[in-house]
Unconditional design. Structure first.
Length: 100
């Protein structure tokens, strides 16, 4: 499935597959976003699949946000495929729910 990023009430909802095939377009999108935004909130609830390359890219985004003093949230409420990567890499503390 093609990757879609839809802005909904200030949240960037990512839909589709987060795989190595999408890393360049995702990186370009977020590089531009980091220039013009101080607050970035992404939702991974609608991600169908995620691989290690995209997980690492999300960690790069997080690190870049910290370095540039940006607010950066990753929302994941019930997507077990996404949660697996964060848990196995001991980064699950980064995941937020909308209620948080």
């Amino acid at each position: 499935m093609a990757l879609q990023i839809i802005q909904n009430a200030g949240v960037l909802e990512i839909k589709g597959d987060l795989t190595a095939q999408n890393t360049n377009s995702l990186k370009n999108y977020f590089d531009a976003l980091f220039v013009r935004s101080s607050f970035i909130m992404i939702s991974l609830n609608e991600v169908n699949d995620m691989d290690k390359a995209c997980f690492n890219l999300l960690m790069d985004f997080y690190q870049k946000a910290v370095e540039k003093n940006k607010v950066f949230y990753i929302i994941n409420e019930c997507n077990l495929k996404v949660a697996h990567w964060f848990q196995s890499e001991k980064k699950d503390f980064l995941l937020q729910s909308r209620a948080a």
